[in-house]
Design a protein around this ligand. Structure first.
Ligand SMILES: *[C@@H]1O[C@H](CO)[C@@H](O)[C@H](O)[C@H]1NC(C)=O
Ligand SMILES: *[C@@H]1O[C@H](CO)[C@@H](O)[C@H](O)[C@H]1NC(C)=O
Ligand SMILES: *[C@@H]1O[C@H](CO)[C@@H](O)[C@H](O)[C@H]1NC(C)=O
Ligand SMILES: *[C@@H]1O[C@H](CO)[C@@H](O)[C@H](O)[C@H]1NC(C)=O
Ligand SMILES: *[C@@H]1O[C@H](CO)[C@@H](O)[C@H](O)[C@H]1NC(C)=O
Ligand SMILES: *[C@@H]1O[C@H](CO)[C@@H](O)[C@H](O)[C@H]1NC(C)=O
Ligand SMILES: *[C@@H]1O[C@H](CO)[C@@H](O)[C@H](O)[C@H]1NC(C)=O
Ligand SMILES: *[C@@H]1O[C@H](CO)[C@@H](O)[C@H](O)[C@H]1NC(C)=O
Ligand SMILES: *[C@@H]1O[C@H](CO)[C@@H](O)[C@H](O)[C@H]1NC(C)=O
Ligand SMILES: *[C@@H]1O[C@H](CO)[C@@H](O)[C@H](O)[C@H]1NC(C)=O
Ligand SMILES: *[C@@H]1O[C@H](CO)[C@@H](O)[C@H](O)[C@H]1NC(C)=O
Ligand SMILES: *[C@@H]1O[C@H](CO)[C@@H](O)[C@H](O)[C@H]1NC(C)=O
Length: 820
């Protein structure tokens, strides 16, 4: 797992570095000999298509010597341009691939830009001189889809091609196009929306030089053609994860004797893992030619002698887990979790896996036969054993693993642990997932050193544990922790997520707790905390849940000035006084940035799709798509400040069971996203404003037990609720309550004027809403990483190895987005 972690970290670091230093290092200068005039002209033509309004390549005209231009490298003897590296410079405009005409160019990196289109020289326009190009990286450059890859064909020297993230769904013959590149060693076509393996002339293709092939995150929606791997005999790295591949694992996979990295995760592969010729025993007629079997498969998967990384997780593979798997003594990372195997698995399977560092067996519906005193031949860095019925005993062999950094053994029915061994094991683990077991230990004397601590849904007792300064996420919800929050927690400056929901905690909350520098989500609900709500708040707070405690005193106005807040739940406390009279400056609830979240979601689209396919587990209930204010069941009194009704994006508003007075302002009609409105059990009075009929999304309405009077306004929505939404208001009448005897005589005189007023105030509230939004600005919302981190964390749990990919993509998108 170390290397996986390292690779994740390095991607992050790279991305972060690229943000901070791209001006300096990525577009480095090289002062060399004066350059060739042809090269100079070609590059100037290239520049013409670009929009360099930020002057990133301004040296491309000011400097006379083009070898000194940003990103340009020349041969020191001939002065010809050999290398052009503009990666990560965030240029915009149109990229003209006639830049490939640079005669001696061997290295071209234009990755991470935002070009509208690639202008491809027509096939007649010969790129005759481009045969020197060895390295071409255009990953994540172009927004629009590319029609074809024919322009690649003259680049016959190409060894390394990276087109990740370029939309190639229109190119129906990509395999043919890349197969013309006979020198190709590395091919990266991840996230290209490729949708077929169709090749009219598969036999004539020769990709035998290929060593690295990354086709992950595409949409093939087909089985893997068996002959496909015949093309790539020397391959060492093959990534076909998240490709919508179904059917059986092709046996041709086993003829890749040099394979070191095989990732087929997140597909719909069926059938069994090839386990050698023995599994064919019952087959009466075997046409080896048709299957391109040219040798027998004595050891099945065990034949991949050099394999180090094998990920078959998240498929529908069934049958036996082949014993020959245990022959793969070079194996470092083995993931076969989330499949439908039917056999048992025992320590014998692992007896030769000396090199194993990462093991994922989670969500396997099989019997585990590990001897109690088994000492594995390996030391794991990461172990994923979630959703396997291991309990009630914590598997004792795990105690022998002294370098575990990640452990997920959630949902495994564990209640019994060897206390001392267990304590010393969990204290040091970086990412600790023990959720949803029945562990009932007192861990108050422990200091947990992890970054992420998930102990939710257990029976832990005693005081809260100490947590180290490095921790950024702690979920201890649904346990029996008692006592108060240790003051030391207020120094945890990396903490962004605290969930203590449903414990037996009490006492006052440390005054600085809400003021942790990074805090985004705090959930202290369903405890017995008392005292007042702290006044100082982290300005990154997005979620505050204090529901069902004994908090008293006033609601601090600071809560209504948090620009990113989208979920505020203070219900069922003893809060009193009136609601704060301040500028309700909750930008997210006024000006929810659909574009931003749409952008983030589009990046996570595949992810969400994967998630919702039955992988969902402890996804947080709160989401920026559900903007909520719940202050119900307190002792709040006085009028509701008009400011509250400026929060036009709120979808759930619950003020019920308080002592609030006054009328519902007409501007409530401007809260047009409202889905659930509960004002019941207060002392509101006056008429229900006609504008409420404008709340088209309203699904839940409760105005009962107040002093409303007059006629319930006519509006399809308002009449669709039954009487219980309105009862307990003796002076209220009209459908669905009994009809109004007095007022019905002159309904016309009352209506028009109220409608006009309503229109005005609605307009006013919309206008105000926008104004505040502009003032506070949009970057605040973009500063929010809650969602992204949430996905990242969720990813570590469920898509484990995949987190880096997603996070990388997200970061790229975000960085680009912020740049613009
Ligand atoms: C160049 O980019 C800037 C910033 O993205 C934009 O404001 C400007 O309109 C663009 N100019 C052209 C000519 O596209
Ligand atoms: C691309 O550049 C070449 C010259 O290098 C020029 O002839 C061609 O017209 C350009 N294509 C477009 C679409 O601008
Ligand atoms: C492209 O090259 C071919 C053969 O090398 C030649 O016949 C053709 O005329 C060239 N086309 C152009 C537009 O230069
Ligand atoms: C597979 O490779 C063998 C030689 O290694 C060749 O004879 C055969 O035709 C190839 N099959 C396909 C479908 O490319
Ligand atoms: C494929 O190309 C390599 C050299 O690039 C050559 O040695 C090999 O024989 C070719 N294979 C076939 C089946 O054409
Ligand atoms: C994937 O391909 C299938 C069938 O070709 C299509 O129905 C589906 O919409 C595609 N999915 C995406 C995300 O492009
Ligand atoms: C591979 O495993 C099988 C079954 O466990 C065993 O019979 C065979 O000898 C092993 N081969 C090697 C090379 O270790
Ligand atoms: C899993 O395998 C069992 C039989 O072993 C079968 O009944 C079941 O349908 C399979 N489930 C899936 C999702 O393939
Ligand atoms: C919790 O664990 C049990 C097994 O102990 C499992 O059946 C259940 O599905 C798990 N709950 C969740 C939400 O994963
Ligand atoms: C915690 O440590 C204190 C002092 O060492 C000891 O008295 C107490 O029993 C310990 N609590 C638990 C639950 O181990
Ligand atoms: C809140 O923060 C301010 C400034 O950081 C500090 O002066 C004040 O004492 C804090 N209040 C509380 C209650 O901690
Ligand atoms: C919103 O709140 C911030 C921080 O409290 C404050 O600086 C800003 O002036 C407020 N904006 C408005 C429009 O009141």
């Amino acid at each position: 797992m170390m290397t996986i972690l390292v690779s994740q970290m390095s991607i992050l670091l790279l991305l972060l570095l690229s943000v901070t230093t791209f001006h300096k290092s990525m577009c480095s200068n090289h002062t060399l000999f004066s350059c060739n005039e042809n090269d100079r002209q070609t590059m100037l033509t290239f520049k013409q298509g670009l929009n360099d309004s930020r002057g990133i390549i301004s040296t491309w005209s000011t400097e006379k010597d083009c070898c000194a231009w940003k990103g340009v490298h020349c041969d020191s003897i001939t002065g010809r341009v050999t290398k052009l590296d503009l990666n990560n410079c965030f240029l915009e405009g149109k990229i003209n691939l006639s830049i490939l005409e640079l005669e001696f160019l061997s290295y071209l990196d234009l990755s991470l830009h935002k070009f509208d289109v690639i202008r491809i020289p027509s096939i007649q326009h010969n790129i005759t001189h481009a045969s020197n190009l060895l390295h071409l990286d255009l990953s994540y450059t172009v927004v629009t889809a590319l029609n074809n890859l024919q322009w690649l064909s003259p680049l016959s020297s190409l060894k390394n091609l990276n087109l990740n993230g370029i939309d190639l769904h229109k190119e129906t013959n990509w395999l043919q196009a890349v197969a013309t590149l006979s020198s190709l060693l590395e091919l990266h076509l991840s996230k290209c929306k490729l949708n077929n393996f169709i090749n009219p002339s598969l036999e004539y293709l020769n990709l035998s030089s290929l060593v690295t092939l990354d086709l992950s995150w595409n949409n093939f929606t087909s089985p893997l053609p068996n002959g496909f791997f015949n093309l790539t005999k020397d391959i060492t790295y093959l990534d076909l994860s998240v490709c919508h591949i179904y059917g059986e694992m092709p046996s041709s996979l086993l003829y890749l004797p040099n394979l070191r990295h095989l990732d087929l995760s997140y597909n719909q592969l069926q059938g069994s893992i090839p386990n050698g010729i023995r599994q064919l025993e019952h087959i009466k007629y075997l046409d080896l030619n048709k299957n391109h079997l040219h040798r027998s498969i004595p050891y099945g998967i065990g034949q991949l002698a050099h394999i180090q990384y094998l990920d078959l997780s998240k498929n529908m593979l069934s049958g036996f887990i082949p014993s020959t798997l245990g022959n793969l003594s070079s194996l470092y990372s083995l993931s076969i979790g989330s499949n439908n195997f039917s056999s048992e698995i025992s320590n014998r399977t692992f007896s030769k896996l000396y090199s194993l560092g990462f093991l994922d067996l989670s969500s396997l519906n099989i019997v585990f036969q590990f001897d109690l005193d088994w000492v594995p031949p390996f030391q794991l860095g990461g172990l994923y054993l979630a959703h396997i019925n291991q309990g009630p005993n914590f598997p004792s062999w795990i105690y022998t693993q002294k370098s575990l950094e990640e452990l997920d053994i959630s949902s495994s029915g564990i209640s019994l642990v060897d206390r001392n061994k267990f304590f010393s094991l969990i204290e040091g683990i970086n990412n600790l997932y023990l959720s949803n077991n029945s562990i009932a230990e007192d861990i108050s004397n422990l200091t947990l050193l992890g970054y992420e601590i998930w102990l939710d849904h257990n029976n832990f007792t005693g005081g809260l544990p100490n947590i180290s300064v490095g921790t950024d996420l702690v979920d201890l919800s649904y346990n029996s922790f008692s006592g108060s929050i240790p003051h030391i927690w207020t120094s945890l400056e990396h903490l962004f997520y605290i969930n203590l929901w449903s414990n037996r905690l009490s006492g006052e909350v440390p005054v600085d707790l809400f003021d942790l520098k990074q805090l985004e989500m705090i959930n202290l609900g369903e405890n017995q905390f008392s005292g007042t709500i702290p006044m100082n708040m982290s300005r990154y707070l997005e979620v505050v849940i204090l529901r069902a405690n004994q908090f008293e005193g006033n609601i601090p106005p600071q809560l209504f000035e948090l620009p990113l807040l989208f979920h505020l739940d203070l219900a069922h406390n003893k809060l009193s006084g009136s609601m704060p009279a301040c500028k309700y400056n909750l930008t997210h609830m006024i000006n929810y940035d659909r574009y931003y979240y749409a952008m983030v979601y589009s990046a996570t689209n595949d992810a969400i799709e994967l998630f919702t396919k039955g992988q969902e587990y402890y996804l947080y209930d709160v989401s920026p798509n559900r903007r909520t204010i719940d202050l119900s069941a307190n002792n709040l009194s006085g009028e509701v400040p008009l400011e509250l009704f400026h929060l036009v994006q709120v979808q759930t508003l619950n003020l019920s069971h308080n002592n609030l007075i006054g009328t519902i302002p007409k501007m409530i009609g401007g809260m047009k996203y409202m889905e659930s409105l509960d004002l019941s059990n207060n002392k509101f009075c006056g008429e229900i404003p006609q504008s409420m009929a404008l709340l088209n999304f309203l699904e839940v309405l409760n105005l009962s037990c107040n002093n409303f009077d007059g006629k319930i306004p006519i509006g399809t929505q308002l009449q669709s609720f039954n009487a219980s939404s309105y009862i307990g208001n003796p002076k209220l009448c009209g459908a669905p309550l009994s009809s109004c005897t007095t007022k019905e005589e002159n309904p016309k005189t009352a209506m028009p004027s109220t409608e006009n007023e309503d229109d005005d105030s609605i307009r006013e509230s919309l206008y105000l809403g926008m104004g505040v939004g502009f003032a506070v600005g949009f970057w605040g919302i973009c500063g929010s990483l809650f969602l992204i981190r949430k996905w990242r964390h969720a990813y570590y749990r469920f898509i484990d190895g995949m987190g880096d990919k997603l996070y990388g993509i997200l970061m790229v998108k975000l960085i680009r987005f912020r740049r613009n």
